[in-house]
Design a protein around this ligand. Structure first.
Ligand SMILES: NC(=O)c1ccc[n+]([C@@H]2O[C@H](COP(=O)([O-])OP(=O)(O)OC[C@H]3O[C@@H](n4cnc5c(N)ncnc54)[C@H](OP(=O)(O)O)[C@@H]3O)[C@@H](O)[C@H]2O)c1
Length: 314
């Protein structure tokens, strides 16, 4: 697997490149080119999800690069996610098979429960009142419906996303196959050191999303006030200047230096390339400590309206 950058061995025994490209909000017409540029730049980890509606183009990009002889299927680590309205055990496989069909693949490298929440089959959080939308499926039951994917070879590894340490603990105590990964929002303004430590102790690899501060997030996720712009933070900018790097590159390197996987999203070729150009430096202990000291428990993707909901008991 050439040019994947640093990797980690998951609890499943599979190897995962720590730096990947994100595809949330990448429009269909943009993501095909973005993934091809990413593969050419050296990325070997691509993060997708059924609900983002662009897996056909992601799959097409991989297919074209395999066709060109640039990569083999086994060189690319592809992660997808079970959408939250498919969490009833009887719907889990349907979602997986739709993703595989769209991607044009026989298997994914990693399949994640997108969120511990559950929406009724066919609904989305914006499709009705909470009574209409929320379902009370236990994620442990969802997980049990996903474990056979590993036995059947449909997913090389399975994991979760947006789980806190209590939810992970409960899952770890009730599973046959351990979750290999937990994908959550993580950056200097949201250090989540307790969750980082919990995952390390339990051999669950963390993946950081919105690691650049999700500057293009939809308004529905905003906290209500004007959120500070992470890439403009004076400490981040000063550290970037010191290393002759950009703020984005420092934020990406920060996660790699903590042993955390990171999946910056871009559809801009120059940014895709620059975001991968982080292998020739690492941050000093002092600079890591400065970045850790910026923590202000700020969630750019504020999911409060979903996660604290009284209709959801888990
Ligand atoms: N599991 C989940 O629930 C979940 C939730 C959110 C995200 N994710 C995953 O994590 C990925 C990353 O998170 P994210 O998309 O929220 O945000 P992000 O990676 O923090 O930020 C992406 C934004 O930053 C811009 N950008 C990228 N590189 C840049 C650079 N070098 N300089 C300046 N701006 C730059 C991009 O613009 P352009 O594209 O226009 O270049 C895009 O608007 C997602 O795409 C998705 O794969 C997962």
């Amino acid at each position: 697997m050439a040019a994947a950058g640093p990797t980690a061995v998951l609890s499943s025994g599979k190897t995962m490149p720590l730096l990947g490209i994100g595809t949330w909000q990448s429009k269909s017409e943009e993501v095909l080119n973005a993934v091809k540029v990413a593969i050419d730049a050296g990325y070997r980890h691509i993060d997708t999800a059924r609900v983002w509606g662009n897996e056909k183009e992601v799959g097409q990009a991989i297919k074209e690069k395999i066709g060109e002889g640039k990569i083999k299927r086994e060189d690319v680590f592809l992660s997808s996610k079970l959408f939250t309205s498919f969490s009833r055990p009887e719907h889990v496989k349907e979602c997986m098979m739709q993703s595989l069909a769209d991607l044009g693949l026989d298997y994914v490298d990693l399949y994640l429960i997108h969120s511990p929440l559950s929406f009724k089959y066919g609904s989305s959080p914006f499709s009705g009142t909470p009574e209409e939308v929320f379902d009370d499926v236990d994620y442990v039951d969802t997980w049990k419906a996903m474990e056979p994917f590993v036995d059947e070879g449909l997913a090389k590894s399975i994991g979760v996303s947006n789980f806190n340490s209590q939810q992970l603990e409960r899952l770890l105590q009730n599973c046959r196959i351990k979750p290999a990964v937990n994908q959550v929002e993580l950056h200097p303004y949201l250090a989540q050191q307790d969750l980082v430590d919990f995952c390390k102790r339990n051999n669950v690899l963390l993946t950081a999303y919105s690691a650049l501060g999700a500057p293009a997030r939809p308004k529905v996720f905003a906290s209500g006030e004007e959120d500070p712009v992470l890439m403009d933070d004076p400490s981040v900018v000063a550290i970037a200047k010191k290393y002759g790097k950009s703020a984005a590159q420092v934020l990406i390197r920060y996660q790699l230096d903590r042993g955390v996987s990171v999946i910056p999203k871009s559809v801009t070729p120059s940014r895709i390339q620059a975001n991968f150009d982080v292998m020739n430096f690492s941050l000093s202990k002092e600079d890591l400590a400065t970045l850790a000291g910026l923590d202000r428990n700020l969630r750019y993707l504020n999911g409060e309206r979903f996660s604290t909901h009284k209709y959801y008991p888990y």
